[in-house]
Write a protein that binds this ligand. Sequence first.
Ligand code: 13P
Ligand code: SF4
Length: 361
Amino acid sequence: RATTEDLHERIRAAKATLGEKLVILGHFYQREEIIAHADFVGDSFQLANASLTRPEAEAIVFCGVHFMAETADMLSEPDQAVILPNLAAGCSMADMADIDQVEECWEQLMEVYRDTTDSSPDGLQPVIPVTYMNSSAALKGFCGRNGGIVCTSSNAATVLEWAFERGQRVLFFPDQHLGRNTAKAMGISLDRMPMWNPNKPLGGNDEQALLDAQVVLWHGFCSVHRRFTVAQVEQARAEHPGVRVIVHPECPMPVVDAADESGSTDYITKAIAAATEPTTFAIGTEINLVQRLAAEYPQHTIFCLDPVVCPCSTMYRIHPGYLAWVLESLVAGEVVNRISVPADVAEPARIALERMLAAKP
Ligand code: 13P
Ligand code: SF4
């Protein structure tokens, strides 16, 4: 059995041999043993951009989850191989919206909205599909084909504004919480955000609510961020007077409302970096990021709102053993665990991704 130090040594040696041919991307939620080897560390938006910055690299090893590697494959050059060290690193939220269910929902919405195109004074589309980055390439392709766009947690409000310039309503999937929290912060009232229920029989969703909607939400959620509660926020405030509570917008709305601020992993990182006075931060996001920030900023007190350790179990599936294996395979001239999105899916998905990258804040 290889020791951790052996694995690090093997990774370093393979990296040195591959040189400029290789780039390793690491999401903020990766464990430290992986982050130590990453060339770029960031949130899902930054890593999508990072995929564009090294066109000369032959291999992009993506230490994150499946949908992120798919995105990197679609944004990178066709001859670059995107590799996910462990193919079992998925995302339970992304799995909550499958393409068949979304197509079915879309068909029913088109039926409900059939008369509203003509009634729009500006010729706006009845509804614009917006998918969170945390979704399969097939859903991004669906958005590309239907006038829609992708968003991440760092640009969701900008993207919703983009969508409202083109449509009367938005269908937002898969994360109900990011959709609700973002729309609420933009002043949209909760009674104009019905949730689509894919389990209701044909015509079972409330037609009037769908007609009155500004944002139709999907039922998905993140199993990590769903764990945070208002009681935890209250406890942090009671135990640490003056604490600054920052949570990720994938948390349920009452938690976001109880916090002082909410924002993407990049927002959280920058907020802590910008604090000039010693501050106590209670953070509502994945534990690997929180612990790294606590170690990086010893002048502050930084802790996770959830006292029971709260990792993303699928991000955690990227173990240094897998990283060593994929890199050594590359040294041996073999590409393993390549993520390759078929052209008929990638083409429209790229359109939705490029709309996002071009949408200005
Ligand atoms: P970011 O968009 O903040 O990187 O978050 C990705 C993610 O998976 C959060 O759960
Ligand atoms: Fe998916 Fe949640 Fe893990 Fe992010 S933290 S990858 S949304 S399960």
